[in-house]
Design a protein around this ligand. Structure first.
Ligand code: 5GP
Length: 199
């Protein structure tokens, strides 16, 4: 039987049209950049086993594509942290779900959807270093460089983006828009109602 693709997203749907101001990164741009990142990581870790630690929930779609672009032995694990209220950072990072397996003595790459203030990654970097990983690098799809409050060097970066609130390709606003295949800027009127959000 011929393989049937998943239904194609209809971008003229009101739930998209009413919420998305503009597409920032298209599916094709994202795909091409991830292929490049995959090549670079595979080259850097040739002959090694690496664990990709995905920060839930925003990075799962990025992780799924990134892991399939790698040409090296690789494992995946997950952590969840909470730090955001609505579209504003609270600046407080809390681990809500920890790794399943010990990271001690392993080559770890933290996989994050987006760096904003940098507080989440700075916190997680310190946490994992204290667990005596063999090496630790950061891979992020998006970086809002102008919003950094602390300096976190991203070793593998997809795209530098302006300081606007974006959704899609795994990133949500109040558990909406993760399923958009592109990254889009959310209209400002969506920011008005603050609510508790898990990343
Ligand atoms: P940081 O600690 O760097 O300020 O925050 C990083 C986290 O904030 C990301 O993992 C993401 O969950 C959330 N975040 C920051 N900026 C955005 C954004 O523009 N859109 C969405 N959906 N989440 C964001």
């Amino acid at each position: 039987m011929p393989h049937r693709n998943a239904a194609v997203l209809d971008r003229s749907e009101p739930w998209i049209q009413n919420a998305i101001e503009r597409v920032l990164l298209s599916e094709d741009q994202i795909r091409a950049r991830i292929a490049e990142l995959g090549q670079q990581i595979s080259k850097d870790y040739a002959g090694q086993h690496v664990i990709l630690v995905s920060i839930l929930k925003g990075s799962v779609i990025f992780l799924a594509d990134l892991v399939r672009s790698l040409n090296i032995p690789v494992g995946v694990d997950f952590m969840a942290v909470s730090s955001y209220v609505g579209s504003e950072t609270s600046g407080i990072v809390r681990v809500t779900m920890d790794l399943r397996e010990s990271a001690e003595g392993k080559h770890v790459i933290l996989v994050e959807d987006i760096v904003d203030t940098g507080l989440t990654l700075a916190y997680l970097k310190n946490l994992l270093k204290a667990r005596h990983v063999k090496s630790l690098k950061i891979c992020a799809l998006l970086d809002k460089k102008e919003s950094h409050r602390v300096e976190v060097p991203v070793d593998y970066l997809g795209f530098k983006i302006p300081s606007e609130f974006v959704v899609g390709y795994g990133l949500d606003y109040s558990e909406q828009f993760r399923n958009l295949p592109f990254v889009g800027v959310l209209k400002r009127e969506y920011y008005s109602k603050p609510d508790k959000k898990q990343k």
